[in-house]
Design a protein around this ligand. Sequence first.
Ligand code: MD6
Ligand code: FE
Length: 194
Amino acid sequence: MLLRGFALTNAQDLIATVTLVSNAAPFRNMVTPGGRAMSVAMTNCGDVGWVSDRSGYRYDRTDPTSGDPWPRMPAAFSDLAARAAAAAGFDSFEPDSCLINRYIPGTKLSLHQDRDEQDFDAPIVSVSLGLPATFLFGGPRRADRPRRVRLDNGDVVVWGGPARLTFHGVAPLADGNHALTGRSRINLTFRKAF
Ligand code: MD6
Ligand code: FE
C-alpha cells in the first residue's frame, strides 16, 4: 500500500535524525557475496542491522566497521513505522531494525527479494526522503516485468501479506537537488528481522 505524503510533515526531523545515526554508524558501500561493492550506501539503527559481505547477507547486532552495537532506533522512527503499518491494516508492528539507504545520482538497486527476516508475516515499512526515485515493483518471480512507481519525498510504502516477497528494485537515480537532502535520496526500511 502506497501512503502518499504520509511522512511529509516529519521529513525534516527524519533527515536530522538520519544525520545523528550516521555520525555514529557512517554510511558505507557494502560488498555483495559476489564481491562487488553496492552503489547504494547503507547504515542501520535498531537492535540488529542488515549487513552484506563476502560470506553472505544477514542481520547482525553490531556494526562490522566499528564492532559497536548499531545506534538505537529513535522513538520518532518506530512511532512513524507503527502508524504507517496500522494505516495499511497491520496492527502492532514493532520493528527491531531500520536499514537506511542513501542514493546519489546514478545509484541503483537491482531487483531482489527481502527474505533475510525470520517472520514474513510482519510487513516492511519503507519511507522515501529527498530526491524522487522510480521504484520497480515486480512479481513473485525475478523475470516478472516490474511496474514503475514514482516515490517522492515523504511517501511511505507498506508491504506485507501476499506482497511480502515481491521482487523489487530502484532504477538509477536521476540527477537533481532537493531542499532537504541535496543531491541524494534517503530510504528507511523498517523490519521485524527476529
Ligand atoms: C528503496 N527499498 O526504496 C529500496 N525492500 O530504496 C527496498 O529495497 C525495499 O522499499 C523491501 C520492502 C520495501 C522496500
Ligand atoms: Fe528490498
